[in-house]
Design a protein around this ligand. Structure first.
Ligand code: HEC
Ligand code: HEC
Ligand code: HEC
Ligand code: HEC
Ligand code: HEC
Ligand code: HEC
Ligand code: HEC
Length: 318
């Protein structure tokens, strides 16, 4: 027995390990199900953290998103992890006789279904109907590409003004794996931009599977005085930070790292909206300015924004 985060378990108890980039979780097998062991490895901080959901079997809480074709009756899978059929639908016919006609390509779907390819896993929500009496599942049981996600899944509800485990008071996601919940509230989504406009899930050289490094990616569709904005003669006049400064990068202000994955490690918001410093005072949500300028007050940030004429005072500096 070794102690991890104050909890004891032996290496021999570990039947499965999951994760890698931010955190790693360990599972024991009991009967035909897996259960999380009581500690998570925080990759960034290289530290053990306690994990409390140890009595919940992964069949209800996890496996549907961490495998392909998980069967809730037999607990069998086609494969573990994110495999081709999860996004391309059944591929048996296609393997026998490869043709673009017998395989689903998410890029040819409308923007709602195309984005749902990702939202089926990258969201917090609930199945619309309990698939098995008395058992609550955390993933869209029964959904498969080609069907409508909205017939199986609803996104986690949130009342404006309330800070919860899943949401900040203004409706921005509070925790990881909620890129879908965030993105559907954005103007870009409403205009038909999809997750794969920015990410290529088959692998890229860039962080987070981005098609291009972040700033270059944004400037493919955005530019000074372009119809999509920003509405300023130069990027520096939009950001009020020097070229090369972290404060000049689009993600710094439009995708702050405020959504908790473990301990003090956060992932980026995907609403793309600018959260004004005043919202930190009134709604207790972190704002991007003070996330970098940690030694300054929200009042300081508001005063600076008041002097930046490209922005509406009424929206960002009241
Ligand atoms: C996480 C979702 C996801 C997974 C998993 C996935 N794909 Fe894709 N695939 C997509 C999306 C979205 C597109 C269209 C946009 C693009 O090309 O990035 C695509 C496009 C493709 C294309 C190009 C089709 C065309 O007509 O241009 C091929 C080929 C392909 N995928 C093969 C595979 C194979 C083989 C696997 C498994 C090894 C796989 N994909 C796994 C989401 C996925
Ligand atoms: C089957 C569930 C599932 C689907 C569908 C899915 N993802 Fe993921 N995604 C994951 C998991 C789980 C991870 C964490 C890494 C891992 O274990 O593979 C992940 C990681 C990622 C990452 C982070 C990679 C990194 O290195 O930082 C990106 C970006 C991403 N997914 C985008 C997408 C996009 C875009 C789509 C839709 C085309 C999509 N995912 C569909 C489950 C899914
Ligand atoms: C609704 C789908 C869904 C469910 C349910 C789900 N996950 Fe995930 N999980 C994801 C996605 C998507 C990611 C990657 C995105 C992220 O971490 O923000 C992920 C990431 C992870 C990671 C981190 C991977 C890394 O590389 O850092 C671990 C560990 C993990 N999940 C374990 C679990 C466990 C344990 C459960 C059950 C208690 C669970 N997941 C339930 C979709 C899901
Ligand atoms: C307009 C471009 C854009 C769109 C659209 C977009 N993302 Fe991202 N995404 C990014 C950028 C930029 C990052 C940050 C990469 C970095 O920090 O290096 C990121 C990071 C991520 C990560 C890694 C966690 C993190 O924050 O570092 C995941 C997972 C992810 N996106 C999933 C999604 C999913 C799922 C969708 C659709 C629901 C989506 N993204 C839509 C640009 C986008
Ligand atoms: C594929 C094209 C595309 C890419 C790539 C893209 N955008 Fe957009 N973006 C748009 C469109 C289209 C709009 C809507 C413009 C309009 O209708 O006014 C938009 C709007 C926005 C808005 C305004 C939102 C609002 O509520 O007013 C912000 C902020 C934004 N994008 C940030 C980003 C950032 C940051 C990146 C890079 C991570 C990025 N965009 C990448 C196409 C894109
Ligand atoms: C230092 C912070 C900061 C940085 C960095 C930043 N923005 Fe903004 N951006 C803002 C603020 C503040 C607004 C106004 C928000 C509002 O009115 O609600 C805004 C608004 C926008 C809008 C909406 C149209 C407009 O002009 O008001 C777009 C589009 C946009 N930004 C794109 C980008 C892109 C692309 C980048 C990277 C090249 C970027 N922003 C970098 C702070 C920033
Ligand atoms: C990603 C980190 C980052 C973000 C987000 C950011 N800044 Fe900065 N900021 C910097 C850095 C680094 C400098 C110093 C270099 C420079 O001037 O570009 C700086 C410089 C400044 C300065 C001038 C020097 C000073 O300390 O008096 C002001 C004023 C400022 N930022 C205000 C803001 C405001 C207001 C916001 C939100 C709209 C903001 N910043 C967002 C990183 C950031």
């Amino acid at each position: 027995m070794t102690e991890y985060a104050g909890m004891k378990f032996a290496i021999g108890d570990v039947a499965v390990v999951y994760g890698g980039k931010f955190k790693q979780r360990y599972f024991r097998k009991s009967g035909d199900d897996y259960f999380p062991l009581p500690a998570t490895w925080d990759v960034t901080n290289r530290a053990w953290r306690p994990y409390s959901h140890t009595e919940q079997p992964t069949s209800q809480e996890c496996d549907g998103c961490h495998s392909v074709n998980y069967d809730i009756k037999t607990k069998a899978v086609t494969e573990w992890n994110v495999g081709c059929e999860k996004c391309h639908g059944p591929g048996g016919d296609h393997v026998k006789k490869p043709s673009p006609k017998n395989i689903l390509n998410p890029a040819r779907l409308n923007y709602v279904d195309a984005t749902n390819t990702c939202i089926q896993c990258h969201s917090q929500g609930q199945p619309l109907t309990a698939p098995t009496a008395g058992k609550a599942y955390d993933w869209p049981v029964g959904f498969q590409m080609g069907k409508r996600l909205g017939d199986f899944w609803k996104l986690e509800e949130h009342k404006l003004g309330e800070t919860t485990f899943t949401h900040f008071a203004d409706g921005t996601a509070h925790k990881n794996r909620m890129q879908g919940n965030d993105f559907v509230t954005s103007l870009m989504y409403a205009r038909g931009v999809t997750c794969v406009s920015c990410h290529d899930v088959h692998g890229t050289e860039n962080d987070a599977l981005l098609r291009k490094p972040a700033n270059i990616l944004c400037l493919d569709c955005h530019g000074p005085n372009s119809p999509n904005g920003p509405h300023a003669p130069t990027i520096e006049q939009h950001t009020h930070h020097k070229a090369g400064s972290a404060g000049n990068e689009c993600v710094g202000c439009h995708m702050p790292k405020i959504e908790q994955t473990i301990a003090d490690v956060n992932v980026r918001s995907h609403t793309f909206k600018f959260i004004p410093p005043s919202a930190t005072e009134t709604l207790n949500i972190p704002n991007p300015c003070n996330s970098c300028h940690t030694d300054k007050s929200t009042q300081w940030a508001t005063e600076a924004l008041k002097t930046w004429p490209q922005f509406s005072l009424w929206r960002v500096a009241q």
